[in-house]
Design a protein. Structure first.
Ligand code: EPU
Length: 417
């Protein structure tokens, strides 16, 4: 167990590099088994979830060579259909992508339900709806899902709600089915485009058509070499952190088109941001304009940036209001922040964030990834010392964050407890 000690109220300065995307990687690693070939992935980020997926691959007789930095070779030529029912499936959310990946290869699949950050109820009914449409009957006993693949029932799968995970699973399960399948009301997130790009490079035939996805089934995929996209949520978090606490922060990030909603919003709030094709530069904003901010599926503002952005909104002249349409109760950090002197209140699914400038460090506890990183930003802008416990949550999405922050001048130390 570790905790981080943050000596706050120091203006930071420097440069931070963004890693490969966590959420793109978590979909692409399971997708590799569909190729039954050798895939080389680059720009891989060594996160907790990455290693759990490697462990699951090994159970399926898939060989993995990973340099623990950015290159990973996945050899699934001898992949087997093994029941995935060990407890490790519950360690992360993305383990459920093996449902779609295995169903694209095998008729009967047995798999334990997923885990993941518990900031809200996170059902998987939309995944099961897609599988059933694709002809995969499902039965659940003690959190174990039993799938049995029969004849396809519908060639048009229309989701009643947009879901990143269900869109990914529907693509994985259908990419090797005979004929065309149309997915309607799908997620438009760039991480899904990264998965589609990867699968197409492996021989799949998947495209976006208007806001739908058309999967033209192919009988077989093959290996490839693929570079994972950059992590737009990590980039966005550092952009927010920079506006909270950095004289000038240069963020090495090349895919700013994926971050347009945040950049535009922050500029509108009077944050100074320079956008270049290879980087972003942001300066500390003493005060921002009062704002009404809504988070929704892409291309709207990402819900994963909601908790970090709430810290910047405390610089509002009077108050700002925030509403998260994807996870309306994703406010795990509130009581800790308010104990530090923030003034945030929930009212009818909206978070009211009042100007607060007398912030004092406290002992706080991280309950999930994005709430956790917002506690770190809060610690950096508060007087005195903040001690953040349960930091393993943060490390799941922000590789090497302590060293990255130290390099820009933060006084943050890791302590084993
Ligand atoms: N939903 C359902 N039924 C389902 C699936 C989802 O009702 O079967 C609901 C959810 O409860 C939520 C909404 O649909 O209200 C959207 O959830 P979605 O399925 O899109 O989320 P997810 O696939 O479980 C991914 C990311 C999350 C990110 C969300 C939203 C991964 C591994 N996770 O989760 O990332 O918050 O999309 O963009 O890609 C994070 O990185 O911190 C994180 C939690």
């Amino acid at each position: 167990m570790k905790e981080w000690v943050i000596e706050g109220n120091k203006v930071l300065n420097g440069e931070i590099k963004v890693e490969g995307s966590k959420n793109a990687l978590l979909a692409i690693i399971p997708a590799c088994i569909i190729t039954k070939s050798i895939v080389k992935l680059t720009n891989v980020t060594p996160l907790f979830d990455t290693y759990v997926l490697i462990d699951i691959l090994k159970e399926l007789n898939v060989k993995v060579i990973y340099d623990n930095k950015s290159e990973m070779i996945i050899d699934s030529r001898n992949v087997i259909n093994k029941d995935l029912i060990s407890e490790k499936m519950k360690k992360i959310r993305a383990s459920y992508y093996f449902m779609g990946a295995l169903l694209s290869l095998f008729k009967n699949v047995k798999i334990l339900g997923p885990g993941g950050c518990k900031f809200a109820s996170r059902p998987i009914d939309l995944h099961l709806f897609a599988f059933e449409g694709l002809g995969c009957e499902c039965r659940k006993e003690d959190n174990i899902y039993f799938f049995n693949k029969g004849k396809i029932k519908c060639r048009v799968i229309k989701f009643k709600k947009v879901s990143v995970g269900a869109t990914v699973n529907a693509i994985l399960a259908s990419c090797r089915m005979r004929g065309n399948i149309k997915l309607i009301n799908v997620a438009l997130e760039p991480e899904i485009d990264d998965l589609i790009k990867f699968l197409n490079l492996c021989g799949a035939n998947i495209c976006r058509e208007n806001n739908n996805i058309i999967v033209k089934g192919v009988s077989q995929l093959h290996g490839c070499e693929y570079k994972i996209m950059e992590d737009r949520i990590e980039a966005g978090t550092y952009l927010i952190l920079g506006a909270c606490t950095c004289n000038s922060l240069k963020i090495i990030y090349h895919e700013h088109e994926n971050l347009i909603a945040l950049i535009e919003l922050m500029k509108k709030m009077n944050v100074n941001i320079k956008v270049d094709k290879d980087f972003l530069i942001v300066n500390r904003a003493e005060s921002i304009s009062d704002s009404n901010v809504v988070f929704d599926s892409y291309p709207s503002l990402a819900t994963d940036l909601q908790q970090p952005l709430s810290i910047l909104l405390t610089r509002s002249k009077s108050y700002s209001v925030l509403k998260d349409l994807v996870y309306p109760t994703r406010y795990t950090q509130l009581s800790d922040l308010n104990a530090m002197g923030f003034n945030m209140k929930v009212n009818e699914d909206c978070l009211y964030i009042y100007n607060s400038n007398k912030l004092t460090g406290k002992n706080v506890e991280c309950k999930d990834l994005r709430g956790g990183v917002s506690l770190v930003i809060a610690g950096l802008i508060s007087d005195k010392t903040t001690i953040v416990s349960n930091v393993n949550h943060i490390e799941r999405g922000y590789f090497d964050i302590v060293n990255k922050l130290k390099k820009i001048g933060a006084r943050i130390y890791e302590k084993d407890i």
